[in-house]
Design a protein around this ligand. Structure first.
Ligand SMILES: O=C(O)Cn1ncc2ncnc(NCCc3cnc(NC(=O)Nc4cccc(Cl)c4)s3)c21
Length: 273
């Protein structure tokens, strides 16, 4: 598929399979490219919705970003095409679906599994930051698993698309760093904060500042009101890493490089996760 990514695609090049899921702006199907038999995910986005919500520029920005990113832990976008009604994104197929379904099923992950996912995310974010791409909206809904269970950031380019089924209809605050919640200019370090949130959620099954109302979540984030339940058992190294990421002063959060070298990651993560 890679060598053809420049050619003009059309729907007749594909055999459409089962629907994978539906977002607010369209559905995703498994599809097979007829000549190469290559299996992809095809995201169908209605042009009417793009116009209605005036988000075609966001889609274009996402496409530019996704085309320049090639990393084992970032879901590939191989190409796109359109017809009179829809825009179609030709995406890498993540056979094992959404990570958060795996998290809901298991309740919480082992330290080995959590550390492996955090290491994959950290490597993907370090790659994005090298390419000056920040804040890729990393929450469990935007994380997919390939056929080998390898984590893929499937960034939807913006939060509304994130189908946050597990929270109230509008985007959840749980993953937002203080400077974002306060709507301050944010920099790369917001992703480091979110890694702390995800590490906590992978190990305990819920994000650290979850609360009944958005106002209470906001207060807990601004206070960095962090506490560790006594169960499930979590090692002190894991708690140390989380405490070094959920730091209000963005300049004092552990850098991506230091996360990769942290004892908990070195001890627990599968290096080829
Ligand atoms: O389908 C599922 O529920 C889960 N699932 N399961 C397996 C699987 N394998 C691959 N992809 C999946 N899902 C699509 C992932 C996306 C990546 N990039 C996107 N970009 C986007 O939607 N952009 C976009 C849309 C509408 C407006 C605008 Cl402005 C931008 S969607 C998969």
């Amino acid at each position: 598929m890679g060598e053809n990514s420049k050619r003009q695609w059309s729907l007749s090049d594909f055999e459409i399979g089962k629907p994978l899921g539906k977002g607010k702006f369209g559905r995703v199907y498994v599809a097979r490219e007829l000549k190469s038999k290559f299996v992809v995910a095809l995201k169908v986005i209605s042009k009417e919705q793009l116009e209605k919500y005036r988000i075609h520029h966001q889609l274009r920005r996402e496409m530019e970003i996704q085309f320049s990113l090639k990393h084992p832990n970032i879901l590939r976008m191989y190409g796109w095409f359109h017809d009179s009604e829809n825009v179609f994104l030709i995406l890498e197929y993540a056979h094992n679906g959404e990570l958060y379904k795996e998290l809901s099923k298991k309740g919480y992950f082992s330290e080995h599994q959590a550390a492996t996912y955090i290491l994959s995310l950290t490597k993907a974010l370090a790659y994005c930051h090298e390419k000056h791409v920040i804040h890729r909206d990393i929450k469990p809904e935007n994380l997919l698993l390939d056929h080998e269970g390898r984590l893929k950031i499937a960034d939807f380019g913006w939060s509304v698309q994130s189908r946050s089924k597990r929270h109230t209809m509008c985007g959840t605050l749980d993953y937002l760093a203080p400077e974002m919640v306060e709507n301050k200019a944010h920099d790369y370090a917001v992703d480091n904060w979110t890694l702390g949130i995800l590490c906590y959620e992978f190990l305990y099954g819920a994000p650290p500042f979850e609360a009944e109302s958005q106002v209470d979540t906001f207060k807990r984030i601004m206070k960095v009101d962090l506490s560790f339940p006594s169960t499930p058992y979590v090692s002190s190294e894991a708690k140390h890493l989380i405490s070094r990421l959920l730091v209000k002063d963005s300049a004092r959060r552990l850098s991506l490089q230091r996360i990769m070298e942290h004892p908990w990651i070195i001890k627990n993560a599968n290096p080829i996760g």
